[in-house]
Design a protein around this ligand. Sequence first.
Ligand code: SF4
Ligand code: SF4
Ligand code: SF4
Length: 165
Amino acid sequence: MVDLSRRNFMQAKQVSTPPTIRLPWTVDEKVFTQGCSQCGDCIDACEENIIIKGDGGFPEINFSAGECTFCQQCVKACKEPLFSPVDAEPWQLTIEITGSCLAKSQVHCQVCQDSCEPEAINFTYLHGSVPQPEIALVDCTGCGACVAICPESAIKLSTGLLAAN
Ligand code: SF4
Ligand code: SF4
Ligand code: SF4
């Protein structure tokens, strides 16, 4: 007999789990999981140590460990045809600042702004409120530098199209 409560729980879990972020310049998830031999060469090649062996043994990006410098070493180390040309956009990522951001609780914090090399994070000075961060998506490269540095883990990068700001 089917356990409906368990099935509902599993479905809820599937919906709430964000898609895994694969390596930069990856063509798509299906091509990646069908072609990747799980050799781990990309993991060894990444000097930022942000590639980990994820669920099922496939490599994935862990932005809580650091940022991507777009050095292309993972692409060069891989012997499989899994990537688009490196002159294309490395990722189609979405980024958001969630409700756990300290500024939303009226606590002064601008740590993420200092970490953002392309200066995509700006703070708006609102009357009666501490400055609030906003990310200009057109300037965001998806490097992830702001993710690990945020003391509240409030910045989330995930796969999907970057919407225009
Ligand atoms: S491009 Fe460089 S920093 Fe980014 S995941 Fe690949 S090896 Fe790591
Ligand atoms: S570093 Fe994190 S908590 Fe601080 S302002 Fe940026 S998003 Fe908010
Ligand atoms: S992911 Fe975007 S907002 Fe965050 S540091 Fe990199 S460029 Fe800046």
